[in-house]
Design a protein around this ligand. Structure first.
Ligand SMILES: NC(=O)c1ccc[n+]([C@@H]2O[C@H](COP(=O)([O-])OP(=O)(O)OC[C@H]3O[C@@H](n4cnc5c(N)ncnc54)[C@H](OP(=O)(O)O)[C@@H]3O)[C@@H](O)[C@H]2O)c1
Length: 398
């Protein structure tokens, strides 16, 4: 992680990846509120919501837009035909926008491992990175960080927990422990028997945060916290044994750093993603957001408890993969993406998400992946393996 950011007085020109998503829309709200500080020069999305991308492009007037899905490019081009906006498509098009020449910072807010190649393209083009896409670090790990160092780019976390740590992080040599807080998700306190009955719409209603579908399911299984442990390890260069997780249902303390002298520094705020996004976009300055002020006396008290590792095994699966090293965290991530997607389609049950991931780690967790090409191949291999696991298990239930 680098704390250097661009000069505070200059206008921050942004390439925004995942513009139509929950993070993307929050970024655009901040940009709209501070036209003197931020300008979006390029935007990309998957293509599922291409009409929304067209609306956003019409409003923010970037120089270029891209959609990953080639079929979405023609209608998008038609919708923007009267404007001087270049339209690209496919993986190459998204990478081109990620590394757009006039952008100084790229906001990495694509969901899933699909975000890795474009973010890597931005790093290699020397852009500062505002990183929401934690999967970049879960899959890319040390290789990704090596590229960040080689190109000397700033890497500013957007995830609220990592933003909290970033804001209170002093010298690594003085850190005893990182403590990540977790809301516990919608099923906090539920035991396995009850979790077996969970349906997608229940898992999609998070008590504290409004987010995209995939991260909302990850929050319900606690895999999101597991992915964040891996992210924290790479961002702050802290060993897995010195990272802890505590459940904090109010989501007010966003994470903490304990120093060797016993001092513990925390960052607090309302659960509102506009705050960590604004920190990343404006660092080392601060800009106003519409996030509500914290009223501690109205809150009354803040509570903390141990995570239930037995009912929510995804947390320990992530730790296991991190300790295993090599390609294990990439396999973990691909298995999780396949399992979440199958759960949302009603093909497997909630408890089969950790079951699939555990089996995937047994089968593929020892794979070594010394290059990005090997990681991409492992991603494809794990998805094929997961699909056959899902077929076997969904036919068993039918
Ligand atoms: N939401 C949060 O509060 C939050 C908090 C912390 C971290 N994060 C992280 O931020 C990332 C985004 O989360 P989100 O909640 O904003 O997700 P989301 O609402 O589902 O949005 C995902 C975005 O990615 C785009 N996309 C999907 N596949 C793509 C591809 N192959 N190429 C280019 N764009 C693609 C989507 O485009 P379409 O609309 O066209 O499909 C959409 O713009 C995730 O890694 C998540 O873990 C999110």
């Amino acid at each position: 992680m680098s704390r250097d950011a661009s000069s505070p007085d200059a206008i921050q020109s942004l390439a925004l990846l995942g513009a139509t998503g929950s993070i993307g829309e929050n970024v655009l709200e901040i940009v709209a509120a501070h036209p003197e500080r931020f300008r979006v020069v390029a935007m990309a999305a998957g293509g599922e919501r291409w009409q929304r991308l067209a609306e956003l492009a019409r409003r923010f007037r970037p120089e270029a837009v891209a959609v990953w899905e080639p079929d979405a490019a023609a209608p998008l081009r038609d919708a923007l035909a009267d404007l001087p906006i270049q339209v690209f498509s496919g993986g190459e098009g998204v990478c081109r926008v990620a590394a757009w020449e006039s952008a100084r910072m790229t906001v990495a807010a694509i969901v899933g491992s699909a975000g890795l190649s474009p973010t890597l393209a931005a790093v290699r083009a020397g852009k500062a990175i505002a990183l929401a896409n934690k999967e970049c670090l879960v899959v890319g790990g040390g290789l990704f960080m090596e590229e960040v160092r080689r190109h000397g780019v700033s890497l500013l976390p957007v995830d609220s927990e990592h933003s909290a740590i970033f804001q209170v992080f002093q010298h690594k040599r003085h850190v005893r422990r990182l403590i990540l807080t977790a809301s516990g998700g919608p099923f906090r306190g539920w035991r396995r028997e009850r979790l077996a009955t969970v349906k997608p719409d229940q898992a999609l209603s998070h008590p504290n945060w409004r987010m995209g579908r995939k991260i909302t399911i990850d929050s319900a299984t606690l895999m999101n916290k597991g992915l964040e442990v891996i992210e924290a390890h790479w961002l702050f260069d802290i060993p897995p044994a010195a990272i802890d997780v505590v459940v904090h249902p109010e989501s007010i303390v966003h994470s903490l750093v304990e120093y060797v002298d016993g001092s513990v520094l925390a960052q607090l705020g309302a659960p509102d993603m506009r705050t960590p996004i604004a920190v990343a976009l404006a660092w080392p300055e601060r800009v106003n957001t519409s996030a509500p002020s914290l009223d501690l006396s109205a809150l009354g008290r803040l509570t903390f408890e141990e995570p239930d590792r037995e009912s929510f095994p995804c947390l320990d699966l992530a730790w296991r993969a991190l300790r295993q090293g090599g390609g294990a965290t990439a396999a973990l991530n691909s298995a999780n993406e396949a399992a979440v997607s199958a759960f949302l389609q009603g093909r497997i049950g909630f408890l089969e998400i950790p079951a699939l991931i555990a089996d995937a780690l047994d089968a593929l967790g020892d794979a070594s992946a010394p290059t990005f090409d090997a990681l991409f191949e492992l991603d494809r291999q794990t998805r094929r393996w997961a699909e056959s696991w899902i077929r076997r298990h969904s036919s068993r239930e039918a």
